[in-house]
Design a protein around this ligand. Structure first.
Ligand code: ADP
Ligand code: ZN
Ligand code: ZN
Length: 750
């Protein structure tokens, strides 16, 4: 006898739910629960979306649910709505959003028991701290490890203890009887932890500036959906505003949850430390959790579950955290909201910032978007009065002023025959030497990693290219390799030109490695450190390198945008910008917006703690309007000019766009697919209000031997575009001839 049916979302490209039967004896599944179900010849994890007493699927086709994950509280209706919205808006199946949104470990039923088990923990008592080290026999290595692990953080999970010592359980019990430790058992999902005990001192934080105070007041007064654009110059103390607004929220509603998003994993430790310090007295340690892709799977699942059960009050994470289940979410913060890293570039191509705003609206709560250089999309919302603008116009720390920005005209330098050093102009080198003498730090920014972007032969014009991509390969000197930044292909550096045998093949252009090398001889005695994707490949190494900078073990820091964002460097008083000009003439209409915000961000690293800061920008186009706005720190002027240009040119945010991308074995196949897709659009009524452009190859047309092309569609009506895209899907699925295709809504790179 069967008791009922469930409709389950599976991680599968079709936008349908799958029916399964569940037996009467089993605990009845509820919407939002995870289940294990047979699919084809495998068992997979699915999410129950509906429970019903009947199914239209013929009985002989129906299969049974294999297991229900009853220990995990169901995902809320609001979370399911979020997943459904994201699926609909970004043109994917519900399961393609909901399941990848869960931590990987939860999607593995063999780990359910362990993850959802009650937590058993031992906590070290003062008597134990005193007695334990002496009480243990000198040779008892495993016992010592146990005691050390306990002493390190003051507490130890039973499961972790068992991994350290096979007889951990009876040992810890005997220690408990001796009064050395206490035992605690927390049922899984036992709900919010109490505020932290007495003893911990409340951390006050600095006296707020008037502007900060006004911003905090506005945010904490909000009792319904309220989007705020916190426009604060670099170093103006935006973090302090978030902290105070969160503190006010938690004081008012001790059970409330908040989500704080940062654009990069590397920024989480700095934020986490600030949050832990500030809330040490009011929140238990496990009430603040992080969520990002750098966490081990088990930890990520535990943190996700802490958010899901309400134990975690503050969730700090990168873009993926926007999909966390937060049943009592009462406030959202998106720091550096303009950052392109909030856009996921594969799978579900969502904007975490946009979803954060949607969640705030769904729940009727405030959301704070913070930036020194807001995206033009958000700026335009504020201009229209849809977002409330909060402005921090000055740096927070007394004496800290925005750095002086100077342009170094490279043409002029050359004309006057002034010395330069491997791409480092005379004035920049002199300025770095002066910093070195004063014991201050310099930062050199250029957005290109590797040694040189091109290796070429003067004699015959040969250029080292990737055999799989339509791209040059980058010379990496430390590894003595040529490496393709698009597909990872690698080869040794040839001794001579493979075409003509000339041995004088030379690197052209400069990357971070080459500048690092040049700095060592241009500024003798300086300790130079490079931070980019290559120097931080090993897990944890970025953190270690940033610590060296903070500790003052570095005189000159050279790196890519990794060093530009968010970091609060105290002793950096000079920033040098090299090779920024390329972006001025990009075909991408967002290139200048991106360049401007990058340069504002990196300039913002100088002079944060009261040392007078200076920024030197090397350029061939010192009269370019972008550099002029930069030199005046004039974001508002820049943004308004850009918006006027965008309006005149009918570009976002004045129109809405989507891209259809196709990947084929040949470019012809990709283009043919797109032209058929364009033809299919004409049959869709809503497409009358949609403009369809010609299919074009991507700039890097071939990657990994796959040819790529795209088709842009746009409309002044978001609704018309959405309706068109939805109606387009079945037609696209029916087309053949390419390896892959995808639709991206609100694309950032065109
Ligand atoms: P932003 O994120 O706006 O670039 P931060 O939040 O990193 O700036 O703050 C810059 C520095 O100013 C930090 O060292 C911070 O501790 C300090 N700060 C913030 N608010 C105040 C204040 N009201 N008084 C003194 N220092 C402050
Ligand atoms: Zn040659
Ligand atoms: Zn390649």
């Amino acid at each position: 006898m069967t008791a009922g049916f469930v409709r389950v979302a599976l991680d599968h490209p079709l936008p349908v739910l799958y029916d399964y039967r569940y037996p009467a004896s089993a605990p009845a599944p509820q919407p939002g629960m995870l289940v294990r179900v047979p699919f084809g010849r495998r068992d997979v994890v699915g999410l129950v979306c509906e429970v019903d007493s009947h199914s239209d699927v013929p009985a002989d086709k129906l299969r049974d649910v294999s297991a229900v994950c009853a220990a995990c509280p169901p995902l809320s209706g609001q979370w399911l709505e979020l997943a459904a919205f994201a699926a609909d808006y970004y043109q994917r199946g519900l399961g393609e959003v909901a399941l990848p949104g869960l931590p990987q470990a939860l999607r593995d039923p063999s780990r359910w028991n362990r993850l959802l088990a009650p937590e058993e923990r031992y906590r070290l008592l003062p008597a134990g701290r005193e007695a334990l080290p002496e009480a243990l026999p000198a040779r008892a290595q495993a016992l010592r490890r146990l005691a050390e692990a306990l002493a390190e953080t003051g507490e130890l999970d039973l499961a972790d203890a068992k991994a350290l010592h096979p007889k951990a359980a009876p040992t810890l019990e005997s220690w408990r009887e001796a009064g050395w430790v206490e035992y605690e058992r927390v049922e899984f999902g036992a709900g919010p932890v109490a505020a932290k005990c007495a003893g911990a001192e409340t951390v006050q934080g600095p006296t707020l500036s008037d502007e900060q105070a006004a911003a905090v007041d506005a945010i904490q007064a909000a009792r319904s959906f309220a989007p705020f654009l916190l426009h604060g110059v670099t170093g103006s103390g935006k973090t302090e505003v978030y902290l105070r607004a969160l503190a006010a929220l938690l004081e008012r509603e001790p059970d409330a949850q908040a989500l704080v998003l940062v654009p990069e994993i590397n920024l989480t430790p700095q934020f986490e430390a600030a949050f832990r310090t500030r809330f040490a007295a009011t929140l238990a340690d496990d009430a603040i959790v992080t969520l990002h892709s750098g966490l081990a799977e088990g930890e990520r699942a535990r943190n996700w579950l802490a958010a899901h059960t309400g134990r975690a009050r503050i969730v700090l994470g990168t873009r993926l955290a926007v999909l966390a289940s937060l049943p009592r979410l009462a406030m959202l913060v998106v720091d550096e909201e303009h950052d392109p890293a909030y856009k996921q570039q594969e799978g579900l191509r969502y904007s975490a910032r946009d979803l954060a705003v949607w969640r705030a609206k769904q729940l009727g709560v405030p959301v704070v978007l913070g930036s020194a250089t807001p995206s033009l999309e958000s700026w335009w919302q504020a201009e229209q009065g849809r977002y409330t603008r909060l402005t921090l116009s000055r740096r927070a720390i007394a004496d800290a002023v925005l750095p002086a920005i100077r342009l170094i005209d490279l043409e002029e330098e050359r004309r006057r025959g002034r010395a330069s050093f491997e791409g480092l102009s005379g004035p920049l080198v002199a300025a770095m030497k002066a910093r070195l003498e004063r014991g201050e730090q310099s930062l050199v920014f250029l957005n290109r990693r590797g040694y040189a972007p091109v290796l070429s032969c003067d004699a015959c014009g040969w250029v080292a290219g990737c055999p799989r991509c339509s791209a040059y390969v980058v010379l990496h000197k430390p590894e003595r390799a040529l490496r393709c930044h698009h597909c990872g292909w690698e080869s040794r550096i040839p001794r001579s030109c493979p075409d003509c045998g000339n041995v004088d093949i030379a690197p052209m252009g400069r990357g971070t490695q080459r500048i690092e090398e040049a700095l060592a001889s241009a500024v003798p005695g300086a300790r130079v450190l490079r931070i980019d994707a290559d120097s931080t490949r090993r897990k944890g190494s970025a953190q270690a390198l940033f610590s060296d900078v903070h500790a003052g073990d570095v005189d000159i820091l050279v790196g890519t945008q990794m060093i530009a964002k968010g970091h609060d460097f105290q002793r950096v008083s000079l920033v040098g910008v090299i090779n920024a000009d390329n972006a001025l003439f990009s075909h991408d209409f967002r290139a200048s917006e991106r360049l401007f915000s990058q340069l504002m961000q990196v300039s913002g690293r100088a002079g944060r703690a009261g040392l007078p800061g200076e920024v030197l920008v090397q350029t061939r186009y010192p009269r370019h309007a972008l550099y002029h706005a930069l030199a005046r720190h004039d974001y508002v002027g820049f943004a308004n000019t850009q918006l006027t240009e965008r309006r005149d040119a009918h570009l976002p945010p004045f129109v809405y766009q989507a891209l259809l991308r196709a990947e084929g074995r040949t470019l012809e196949a990709a283009l043919e697919f797109l032209s058929q897709a364009a033809h299919a659009l004409t049959a869709i009524p809503a497409s009358e209000r949609v403009t369809v452009y010609d299919a074009v190859p991507l700039t890097i047309v071939k990657v990994m031997n796959v040819h790529r092309a795209q088709l842009l569609v746009e409309s002044q009506s978001r609704a018309a575009l959405q309706a068109t895209l939805r109606a387009w899907q079945p037609a696209l699925r029916a087309l053949r001839g390419v390896l892959r295709w995808n639709v991206e809504v609100d694309p950032l790179d065109i």
